[in-house]
Design a protein around this ligand. Structure first.
Ligand SMILES: Nc1ncnc2c1ncn2[C@@H]1O[C@H](COP(=O)(O)OP(=O)(O)OP(=O)(O)O)[C@@H](O)[C@H]1O
Ligand SMILES: [Mg+2]
Length: 250
């Protein structure tokens, strides 16, 4: 069953067309890594999936619900779609436990005991069972990002969107967040992940999608797209990512 179906998606900001006709499907249990240069429209695409951006044209279906229909209950869609950003956006004045229970209480109307139970289960899932009573400032960046993942999981989403979840982290903290994501993938979570972690994409993704200037240029098995790209633009992008010191004209 398709969890995400994107057809001919366009998005403009003023005169600038950022998404220029994107088609993308994710089946249940698929892990799709989205790669592409800065400004190519990756975050905008993710944001169109949970209604944070309103597309200019095209359709987005999430679990069969048309997000682009003005009559759609977007709050209901957002409850089913977890999102994890580069910056974790935890409430600094709340404990880890409260950070993970607050949306459960307010949005899902869960009782305190049930919300606590779900929070503890999901903190254990990300390896932070012992940090429930800590405050975000007492945690490392990697731990804070894992709390943000637990917070999203506590809503029992059908789909998880990750927008460069490790790019704000010190290198030694990247691994622990990727391990959590690897485990979620193995559990069958449907995930769409914007990442520059090519080794992770190669290992975990069921599919890699390369986006350039607002269109999907290439999509396929990780080994094919990353190891033997069909499109010249993909090859050029990979050359730059794998040799970050390469500058224009060099
Ligand atoms: N709210 C906005 N208003 C105007 N322009 C925007 C807005 N959001 C994004 N853009 C523009 O849209 C383009 C695509 O942005 P987007 O954030 O989707 O790119 P990206 O692929 O996620 O890049 P990065 O890898 O740097 O995160 C950029 O040129 C950006 O400046
Ligand atoms: Mg982005």
């Amino acid at each position: 069953m398709a969890i995400v179906e994107v057809h001919d998606l366009h998005k403009s900001f003023g005169p600038v067309e950022v998404l220029r006709g994107v088609d993308l499907t994710l089946d249940a249990g698929e892990v799709v890594c989205l790669i592409g240069a800065s400004g190519s429209g990756k975050s905008t695409l993710l944001r169109c999936l949970n209604g944070l951006e309103v597309p200019t044209r095209g359709t987005v279906l999430v679990s069969g619900v048309n997000v682009t229909d003005p009559d759609c209950d977007i709050d209901a869609v957002r409850r089913r779609v977890g999102m994890v950003f580069q910056h974790f956006n935890l409430f600094p004045h709340l404990t880890v436990r409260r950070n993970v229970t607050i949306a459960q209480r307010r949005v899902l109307r869960r009782g305190a005991r049930e919300a606590d139970r779900v929070a503890e289960a999901n903190l254990a899932r990300v390896g932070l069972a012992d940090k429930a009573d800590s405050f975000p400032a007492q945690l490392s960046g990697g731990q804070q990002q894992r709390v943000a993942i637990a917070r999203a999981l506590a809503m029992q989403p059908q789909l998880m969107l990750f927008d460069e979840p490790t790019s704000a982290l010190d290198p030694e903290l990247v691994g622990e967040v990727l391990s959590v994501m690897r485990r979620l993938a193995a559990e069958g979570m449907t995930m769409l992940i914007v990442t520059h972690e090519m080794a992770f994409a190669r290992e975990v993704a069921s599919r890699v999608v390369f986006v350039d200037r607002g269109v999907v240029v290439e999509s396929g098995a990780p080994g094919q797209v990353l190891g033997n790209p069909k499109q010249a633009r993909t090859a050029e992008f990979l050359r730059r990512v794998l040799s970050p010191n390469l500058v224009d004209g060099a």
